[in-house]
Design a protein around this ligand. Structure first.
Ligand code: UDX
Ligand code: UDX
Ligand code: ADP
Length: 467
């Protein structure tokens, strides 16, 4: 079976970049990305490539090459479904905010809507690919909806979890460590798997394309994210011990990372992990474990999230206690709001929780992030419902220039590891702040020795405070 026409439902951080790269690498396949959000589709179609809705290094070039050739962004969902041989589902699966499994289970309402829509529209056999991160056994729910509400056509369901990390999405898509495809063990299932393998084989070496059964594929995605997040929580747990003992977390990371069984990646202590996946996927795993009565397993993984909450809270607590136990009316500048560098995504960013804690202490915040919009920052805070929208806007100001942002600040907190922060004129910044001038480096990116020579009092995560 050769795929000629692909539709992807959901033009977000996963669907947009993934389909752009598939279109770039497979010029003979027509790829249509659809979304119900008209503004988002308009932004994907924007002439000015700096206005794409997702910021990713290199993405503009890929879109420029493929868009209008064999890559299309549209709101005509039914038409795209009908025309496609293969349909990717890339819609969001947030944590449930209501009912059973509230705060833990994945909310599958968007997935279910997609499945029903596909069932209603499809007039010929289709391969449906789960791209969103989903709880194990979602494929069987999708299959049941498709088969029981459809027009009698055949569906094959594949699980093809996305492992790209934001900020490096294009590189991760071009050179993935592996591509994982899960499908039925039946002959039809194997044919569908092969059709998807053939697409990736256009640019990915065969030995990096793994095929498994559907459940293994779904569970591998949750497991990979749980392991990665666990490494961050583990190193963050050690960062507190370092601060109390005089050990230095960067030295510890280096020393343990050289053990080939441990490896050097994902050992950077931070103010806490964020992003749309880690917390959601772990809570999802916890919920699955509880569903099977596996309380010990559930508690084990939940601790990774609890440690992350602790890390965010202790960062803001430390700011308050260092600033003589009160930040009321004091100006604190945040450098960074995104959950990591090189993305405009802020979902679950540590900055949100740290800001909320400091606003509850009546601090005045000034925020500068190179890529995140003012609307996004206020929306993130308003969503927490901790205080009125007016108060959020009164207490927190968003700035588009770092040197204006810091004027008359008592302290600067680094929340995202943007490279540009390292090359600022820190003497000029110091001269424009209240004294003593404090820096709280939540990402361990600044040269605190040089900064303390200027006169700053520096706290760096996992290191002794330098004066
Ligand atoms: C360990 C450390 O590896 C070593 O660096 C340190 O100096 C001493 O402690 P050791 O206990 O001798 O060494 O063996 P190791 O290979 O680490 O295995 C420890 C236990 O973990 C064994 O029971 C092993 O069977 C088990 N294990 C290890 C697993 O169950 N699964 C694995 O993937 C690896
Ligand atoms: C993650 C997975 O890496 C990716 O495979 C999956 O498809 C989606 O979830 P993403 O959330 O985009 O990707 O970014 P990632 O690089 O994993 O970082 C997640 C968070 O952990 C960020 O807030 C980052 O700053 C933090 N982190 C990461 C650390 O604090 N220390 C580290 O050493 C690594
Ligand atoms: P992710 O990081 O998983 O890509 P995003 O929230 O960035 O998540 O993107 C998911 C996209 O899916 C959103 O743009 C949303 O509008 C879209 N979406 C959700 N449900 C549907 C649906 N039923 N039909 C079309 N698009 C949908």
């Amino acid at each position: 079976m050769t795929i000629k026409n692909i539709c992807c439902i959901g033009a977000g951080y996963v669907g947009g970049p993934t389909m752009s790269v598939i279109a770039q690498k497979c010029p003979n396949i027509k790829v249509t990305v659809v979304d119900i959000n008209e503004d988002r589709i308009a932004a994907w179609n924007h002439k000015d490539l700096s206005r794409l809705p997702v910021y990713e290094p290199g993405l503009d070039k890929v879109v420029e090459e493929a868009r209008g050739r064999n890559l299309f962004f549209s709101t005509e969902v039914d038409k795209a479904i009908n025309d496609a041989d293969m349909i990717f589902i890339s819609v969001n699966t947030p944590t449930k905010t209501y009912g059973k499994g509230k705060g833990m289970a994945a909310d599958l309402k968007y997935i279910e809507l997609c499945a029903r829509q596909i069932a209603r529209v499809a007039k010929q056999d289709k391969i449906v690919v789960e791209k969103s991160t989903l709880p194990v056994r979602t494929a069987s729910a999708i299959k049941s909806i498709l088969e029981n509400t459809g027009n009698g056509v055949q569906f094959q369901i594949l699980s093809n979890p996305e492992f790209l990390a934001e900020g490096t999405a294009v590189q991760d898509l071009l050179h993935p460590d592996r591509v994982l495809i899960g499908g039925d063990t039946t002959q039809e299932g194997q044919k569908a798997i092969q059709a998807l393998v053939d697409i990736y084989a256009n640019w990915i070496p065969n030995e990096r394309i793994l095929t498994t059964n559907v459940w293994s594929s779904e569970l591998s995605k949750l497991t990979a994210n749980a392991f990665l997040a666990q490494r961050v929580s583990s190193i963050n747990a050690m960062s507190v011990i370092c601060e109390n003992t005089g050990a230095d977390i960067n030295e510890v990371s280096k020393a343990i990372g050289m053990d080939s069984r441990i490896g050097p990646k994902f050992l950077k202590a931070s103010v806490g992990f964020g992003g749309s996946c880690f917390q959601k996927d772990i809570l999802n795993l916890v919920y699955i474990a509880k569903t099977y009565g596996l309380d010990e397993v559930a508690d084990y993984w939940e601790q990774v999230v609890l440690m992350n909450d602790y890390q965010k809270n202790r960062f803001s607590d430390n700011i308050v206690s260092t600033l003589y136990n009160t930040v009321s009316g004091k100006k604190i500048t945040f450098f960074g709001w995104a959950f990591k560098k090189d993305t405009n995504d802020t979902r679950e960013s540590a900055a949100i929780k740290v800001a909320d804690n400091l606003l509850s202490e009546k601090a005045n915040l000034s925020v500068y992030d190179p890529k995140v919009t003012e609307e996004r920052i206020y929306a993130d805070l308003d969503y927490l419902n901790s205080r009125s929208e007016e108060e959020n806007r009164k207490l927190l100001k968003v700035q588009n220039n770092p040197y204006n942002a810091i004027k008359n600040s008592h302290a600067i907190a680094i929340l995202t590891e943007w490279d540009e922060f390292k090359t600022y004129d820190w003497q000029k910044i110091y001269d424009n702040m209240h004294k003593p001038a404090f820096i709280f480096d939540g990402r361990g990116i600044l040269d605190t020795k040089a900064l303390s020579k200027i006169g700053f009092i520096c706290y760096k995560i996992g290191s002794a405070t330098t004066v």
